[in-house]
Design a protein around this ligand. Structure first.
Ligand code: ACO
Length: 217
């Protein structure tokens, strides 16, 4: 596989790959925001904006030119929270259930204050196509993302690890947990669980890694 920053000429291929591969992310399964093979406007807008930060990585099968996996990385700044809040107000109920959970947990984690930084390298969407899974592509996407972060002067990396597999992977790569949220702690007004993520995905963790900005691999 060849790993590189995603050029704008491949944005639509990435969006298409995600339509067939990201639907089984645990919160998505629980809430049903995106269906396999179908467009998902709110998520796709967010993904395109993220790719425009020009720090997202793709793994491409050298023989077929097919996109095997991506890690969409964006810059997070303190001023973003107002924009996110507005987007949440305008989003539909499914969008709110996913992004509201992430937003609230991140507000509580207060990473800008805790780590005294004014920008964070955010690993937002990690996804490997089904036929390429379990071949360490996600692991390599994290390594490549970290190199891009270092090159661009970031000292803090953050991943919203909604999947148990991502948590395992991030831990191996030197990330540690700064906040953990159990999905079954959230109940609606009738006392029913708001999130029914499939096992073993019972927790959402905000995980970080501090790096020396100038150093790369
Ligand atoms: N069952 C058990 N373990 C698994 C599974 C599985 N289905 N999938 C991955 N793992 C484990 C691997 O065993 C490996 O651990 P190990 O090193 O101890 O063996 C670890 O997770 C990573 O393995 P990789 O081969 O690098 O992972 P892969 O390339 O298969 O991609 C990913 C993993 C990205 C989670 C993929 O399954 C996927 O795209 N899932 C759907 C989308 C998703 O949930 N993304 C993550 C959400 S969080 C976020 O996006 C920031």
């Amino acid at each position: 596989f060849e790993y590189s920053v995603i050029p704008s000429t491949r944005y639509s291929d990435v969006i298409n790959m995600l339509r067939f591969s990201f639907y089984d992310e645990p919160l998505n399964v629980s809430v049903g925001l995106c269906k396999c093979g179908e467009p998902c406007e709110s998520l796709e807008k967010y993904n395109l904006a993220t790719m425009e930060d020009n720090m997202s990585i793709m793994a491409v099968d050298k023989c077929t030119n097919e996109i095997a996996g991506v890690c969409l990385n964006g810059i997070s700044r303190p001023s973003d929270s107002e924009v996110c809040r507005k987007r949440l107000e305008q989003g539909d109920i499914k969008y709110k259930l996913i992004f509201g959970l992430l937003f609230d947990a991140n507000q509580e984690a207060n990473l800008f204050e805790k780590f005294k930084v004014d920008k964070i390298f955010e690993l937002r969407v990690l996804c490997v196509a089904h036929n390429f899974r379990s071949r360490k592509i996600a692991s390599e996407l994290l390594i490549q993302s970290e190199a891009v972060a270092a090159k661009n002067g970031f000292s803090l990396l953050k991943i919203d690890a909604t999947s148990f597999f991502t948590q395992k992977l991030a831990t191996k790569m030197g990330y540690y947990e700064v906040k953990s949220v159990a999905y079954n702690d959230f109940k609606d007004e009738n006392g029913s669980q708001q999130y029914t993520t499939p096992a073993p995905h019972d927790t959402y963790k905000i995980m970080v890694k501090e790096i020396t900005a100038a150093c790369s691999f």
